[in-house]
Design a protein. Structure first.
Lengths: 697, 251
């Protein structure tokens, strides 16, 4: 007996198993695709509004989304979105019909130049009839519109010629066309721009043959400029907003989707053409309408998630099968404007400086909370030192030690390693919890690129001037970048100590007043000072000896240590170690043991090169005993690691590193336990201001 | 009170200003005027923000305020001349961007446009300028509600045509890895014009007089006349004196 074909049907071929008994989220009508998309493949997107969702998710899924007409990076991201940049590969707006897509290609290559003139608005603004919604409010004038169109069509050519994959979502069969030459419009003239005229414009509703013919012509002409391109077709599940046919909109919708679905199916007979069933996923009976919003038209995020989950599952090559679907956030753009802003700040300050030197200012209250280098540019050359001195004199030891040790719950329970957060998430409880349970907290982008550029600029000048100072240059020649802070010699706080620090790749920040002021401003702006003070429960202060600009060469020595070995085990402090350069790969970083230590470890033993350092052998034993291994985070400019005196770490030096590491360490000490041998500097602007006023006026 | 005797292109100063005591307040363009006044022995009170860091602290809710001692001076009943802002056009368009661009100025579309550069729609350029100027706008509004007397805003000086003047005074270390090029002069000019339009619109909306750059300070094309700048970005004392004349402070 011959078995009929359904006996051995696969589960996905049977309604009961594939649909009726499958959980809605598990329904997978894709089954398989004729080709995969590699990470390196440039994927172009075009189509109706549903295609916007697909494009937005591609990048976050690990694909390379091709964008040949992106917003310039000076354009704010919200404006870029309003102007349709990045929505699709080029700025063509929604392409609803196969005819429109074919027309776009022919216009791009000059094979079709529609006779339709630009549309003028009531206020003189100008609209492009073939993408009337791309510039809300219209272009300012014809010259701009024409120049932008030429630029746009060049970007379209670049798209067709450089894409490895084109993902096109078919949306409609209905459209309006010019009676003069058949040029089709994405939107009926008069709806969002232009004026409707039945004499000039005709309604069209394509059938299967026309859509199929347009798609074949498009593919043929596309492959003439890009023979290897692969073509993925989908049908938008979004119903028509309105129909121009004299019938029910739902009937027109089913007609339109049926035609598009059939035409797409016909195209799959061509090599390297695939159909992806977005329409089926969203409109599936198993979804019971849940993938449409309350307007029964807008696809919900859950619906888009389902589609894209299947897209990644079936279209991505192996390495992206488990790609996480994350909504795309607005593009950050480059940091040119931030740098330009910082540069202009410097230029403007220099203008002030020039004027000040020509016309010395009278004594008045001086800057203490500057975003830049206010004091450095005073006409009075001693003002820099005075300002630092004022910070020193503003120190007031807290009346009594704050009782008890800080406490905080673990904000990263179960996590092993270096916990990290974004700068906006920094607060006292996260800071304290991370230090008390994991030893440290890594804050990404604590300082923005402009701040990093500013601090780097000052650091470089401080090192240059410090070198000159140690070579014998008087301070008059090294001001304002290096102006040695004057203090009573005690212990390491001496000229010898200053030289020792410099030879080790450091400059005391107090000796570089502009850098000190800029650093304090950044620490306050980022909420570091407030978080540390709330965590420790009292006001904190920097010190001359433990706030240091660092330029560490790749040849630097290194040894595991806890700073409590020098500062005291029971003090209350937090260090903000701020990276100003990429470090940890080709420049020295930090090796850290990411677990809370409640006391000082054994020192001077098991391979320790110094009496105060912890031996490599000891650290290896510690790792074996706890199961927590040391790690070497990679830092970017502006990243900061916050930790206290019990944190076990060392400079991370590796063979093959070639660059210096630029960083600033800033130990903030609680006033009540400020180390006796350290020289305090107030962080509080008002304290220092009142001190400066008292001293200078 | 004496009338403003300005030869400016489009002075909307309207109200006359008394000669003294005058408060000049704002950012770096104030220094040209301050230098001119001091050079002429003219006493004006000034609050240059670059000499008063911490002048504009924000509270916990992010609200801007003047430092109390400055607020006392601002509240004195007298004319206030604002030099707030005036750098947004330089931030956006002074240094050549690694992705060179140009735009067509809507109010003067026939100005030179380099079609070999990327076109950015003017709406988008305007948005970039508005963003770069946003904080200055906030400061300006604070000044309006704080000032004891009428406020006049002074237009920033036009760009110099000579790129070398700017190149010499640009801190290039802020732009690592890119050519040390200044943007073409017409782009800088259009950027200045558009920025001025934005500030003028703000002033008009707030019913504030906006004093344009004196015509005598401009060359035939509208750039800052040679010799009037201090550093390519700012006016010098002679330019400052022309502004004081525009304001009716000196003759």
């Amino acid at each position: 007996m011959t078995l009929h074909p359904y006996v051995n049907a696969e589960p996905h071929q049977r309604w009961r198993s594939a649909m009726a008994s499958a959980a809605p989220d598990d329904v997978d009508p894709v089954v398989s695709m004729p080709f995969k998309i590699r990470r390196s493949d440039r994927v172009a997107t075009a189509g109706s509004c549903f295609a916007q969702h697909i494009g937005a998710r591609l990048e976050s899924g690990g694909f390379t989304r091709l964008v040949t007409e992106s917003a310039h990076s000076i354009v704010p991201s919200a404006t870029a979105r309003e102007l349709g940049y990045g929505t699709f590969t080029a700025r063509f707006g929604n392409v609803y019909t196969a005819r429109q897509m074919l027309q776009l290609l022919r216009r791009a290559y000059g094979r079709f130049t529609p006779s339709e003139p630009l549309w003028e608005g009531a206020s003189g603004q100008v609209f492009d009839p073939f993408r009337p919604a791309i510039q809300p409010g219209g272009f300012a004038n014809r010259r701009e519109c024409e120049a932008d169109r030429a630029q746009h069509l060049a970007a379209v050519r670049a798209m067709f010629e450089s894409a490895d994959v084109l993902l096109f979502t078919l949306g409609l069969t209905e459209c309006w066309a010019s009676r003069a030459d058949g040029a089709v419009f994405p939107i009926c003239p008069g709806v969002s721009a232009g004026d409707f005229s039945s004499e000039r414009y005709a309604f069209m509703n394509f059938g299967v043959d026309e859509v199929s013919s347009d798609l074949r012509a498009f593919l043929s002409e596309l492959r003439a400029v890009n023979p290897a391109i692969r073509f993925v077709l989908t049908v938008s599940p979004v119903p028509l907003a309105a129909t121009a046919e004299p019938r029910h909109v739902w009937t027109s919708t089913t007609y339109s989707k049926a035609v598009l679905r059939v035409a797409a199916e016909m195209m799959t007979k061509e090599p390297n053409v695939a159909y992806f069933p977005s329409f089926e996923v969203v409109t599936s009976p198993s979804a019971r309408g849940a993938y449409f919003d309350s307007d029964l038209r807008t696809v919900t995020p859950a619906g888009v998630d389902h589609v894209m989950r299947l897209f990644f599952k079936h279209m991505a090559d192996g390495e992206y099968v488990n790609a996480v679907i994350v909504p795309v956030s607005p593009g950050a753009g480059d940091d040119f404007l931030q740098r330009a802003k910082a540069a202009m700040d410097v230029v403007c300050e220099e203008a002030a400086l020039d004027q000040a030197f020509q016309h010395p200012v009278e004594c008045d209250s001086r800057a203490v909370d500057s975003p830049l280098v206010s004091s450095a540019y005073e006409a009075d050359p001693s003002a820099n030192a005075r300002q630092v001195k004022a910070r020193n004199h503003a120190f007031a030891r807290s009346p009594a030690r704050v009782e008890g040790s800080p406490t905080a719950a673990d904000p990263f329970p179960g996590f092993v390693g270096v916990p990290e957060i974004a700068a906006s998430d920094l607060n006292a409880s996260v800071l304290g919890g991370a230090i008390l349970h994991h030893g440290c907290l890594l804050v990404r982008n604590l300082v923005d690129p402009a701040g990093v550029a500013r601090l780097t600029w000052m650091l470089e000048r401080a090192f240059e001037a410090a070198g000159a100072h140690l070579a014998g240059a008087p301070r008059e020649q090294t001001r304002p970048w290096f102006d040695p802070f004057e203090f009573e010699v005690q212990g390491d706080m001496s000229d010898g100590g200053r030289t020792f620090v410099f030879q080790g790749g450091g400059v005391w920040t107090a000796d570089a007043p502009p850098a000190l002021e800029a650093l304090i401003w950044e620490l306050r702006r980022a909420g570091v000072v407030a978080s540390v003070e709330e965590y420790l429960g009292e006001k904190v202060f920097l010190s001359v000896g433990k706030s240091t600009l660092r330029r560490v060469p790749p040849t630097s020595g290194t040894a595991w240590h806890q700073d409590g070995a020098f500062l005291g085990e029971r003090i209350r402090t937090v260090n903000c170690w701020l990276s100003l350069s990429h470090c940890g790969v080709d420049a020295p970083g930090l090796d850290v043991y990411p677990r809370r230590s409640n006391a000082l470890h054994e020192r001077g033993t098991k391979g320790s090169p110094f009496a105060w350092s912890v031996g490599d052998g000891y650290v290896a034993e510690l790792e074996a005993a706890t199961g927590v291994t040391s790690v070497s985070p990679v830092f970017g400019p502006g990243d900061a690691l916050l930790f206290d005196q019990l944190f076990l770490h060392r400079t991370g030096v590796r063979p093959g590193m070639i660059r210096d590491r630029l960083a600033i360490e800033s130990w903030m000490f609680a006033g009540s336990t400020f180390p006796e041998e350290q020289i305090p500097l107030a962080l509080d602007a008002l304290d220092a201001l009142s001190e400066a006023k008292r001293e200078t006026c | 009170m004496p009338q403003v005797h300005s030869d400016s292109l489009d002075s909307t100063a309207g109200e006359a200003l008394s000669a003294a005591p005058l408060l000049c307040i704002g950012h770096s363009h104030i220094h040209a005027v301050k230098a001119a006044a001091e050079g002429d022995g003219l006493r004006i009170d000034s609050i240059p923000f670059w000499f008063e860091p911490g002048a504009l602290p924000r509270d916990d809710q992010g609200r801007l305020a003047f430092r109390p001692d400055l607020l006392e001076r601002i509240r004195v009943v007298r004319p206030v001349v604002s030099f707030v802002g005036g750098a947004a056009h330089s931030v956006v368009g002074a240094v050549e961007h690694p992705r060179p661009f140009d735009f067509i100025l809507p109010s003067d579309p026939e100005l030179p446009f380099d079609g070999s550069r990327e076109l950015i729609p003017a709406d988008a350029v305007r948005a970039a300028l508005v963003t770069a100027d946003a904080e200055f706008g906030e400061i300006f509004r604070l000044l309006l509600v704080s000032a004891g007397g009428p406020v006049t805003q002074v237009e920033a000086p036009p760009p110099v045509p000579d790129s070398e003047r700017l190149r010499a005074h640009t801190p290039w270390s802020f732009f690592p890895g890119q050519p040390q090029e200044i943007a073409p002069k017409w782009l800088r000019y259009k950027m200045w014009r558009l920025h001025s339009e934005i500030v003028a619109e703000r002033c008009a909306a707030l019913n504030v007089a906006y004093v344009r750059v004196p015509r005598a300070a401009m060359d035939a094309e509208g750039f800052l006349r040679a010799g009037l700048d201090a550093d390519g970005y700012h006016g010098g004392p002679e330019y400052g004196r022309m502004v004081l004349q525009s304001l009716g402070v000196v003759r």
